[in-house]
Design a protein around this ligand. Structure first.
Ligand SMILES: [Zn+2]
Length: 52
């Protein structure tokens, strides 16, 4: 995945910055995690899960 992609991604719940974490996208602010499917981050609140 192109790291530049993270410049344009943000958390749909809190608009916080996101980072790649264990094949998921993690919000650094509210700590929700978003899946990556076929290399595409799924930045949808209904698909997010709480990090443990
Ligand atoms: Zn967030």
């Amino acid at each position: 995945m192109n790291p530049k992609m993270f410049d344009i991604l943000c958390c749909p719940v809190c608009q916080g910055d996101v980072v790649l974490s264990d094949y998921e996208i993690a919000c650094v602010k509210c700590h929700l995690r978003y899946p990556i499917e076929d290399g595409i981050p799924v930045m949808l609140a209904e698909r997010a899960r709480k990090s443990s």
